[in-house]
Design a binder for this molecule. Structure first.
Ligand SMILES: [Zn+2]
Length: 142
């Protein structure tokens, strides 16, 4: 799966969430921006986002977040988990490509603390807009 930041596809309809952290026991002070990206395959319905966390103009962590139930991803992935183990898709986890420049548990705890219905609704909305925009791209064959 190739993931692209939502802002590159849906433009100004996209909103980035930024929070300011002070005196956290686990994270350095400063601003943290969460840039949600989505899988660029118009035929894929993976219903997840990969979030780049930016602090001091650097990507400090990459978080995977799937808003559907664990059951949904199990059905979507299929039942061949012996040959093809399912990655953790439900809920939040640190992606294997994360540079881990900040504490993994600290950034996951921050993400989970910020997570609310409004933010989840935004992810779903960005996902739909993103998939809609990408399926209209004229350069794609098939
Ligand atoms: Zn996908």
């Amino acid at each position: 799966m190739e993931f692209m930041p939502a802002g590159e596809i849906i433009g100004k309809a996209h909103q980035v969430r930024t929070v300011t952290i002070k005196q956290s026991p686990q994270l350095p002070d400063g601003d943290y921006s969460f840039i949600d990206s989505y899988c660029a395959d118009p035929d894929c319905d993976c219903r997840k986002t990969m979030i780049q966390v930016i602090h001091n103009e650097k990507i400090v962590s990459i978080i995977n977040y799937g808003w559907e139930s664990a059951e949904f991803y199990k059905n979507w992935w299929g039942d061949d988990s012996n040959n093809n183990p399912m990655p953790k898709m439900h809920g939040a986890s640190i992606d294997i490509t994360s540079p881990d420049l900040v504490d993994r548990n600290g950034i996951l705890a921050l993400f989970n603390a910020l997570l609310n219905d409004i933010w989840v609704a935004k992810f779903k909305h960005h996902y739909r807009e993103f998939k809609k925009a990408i399926s209209k791209e004229p350069s794609r064959s098939n």
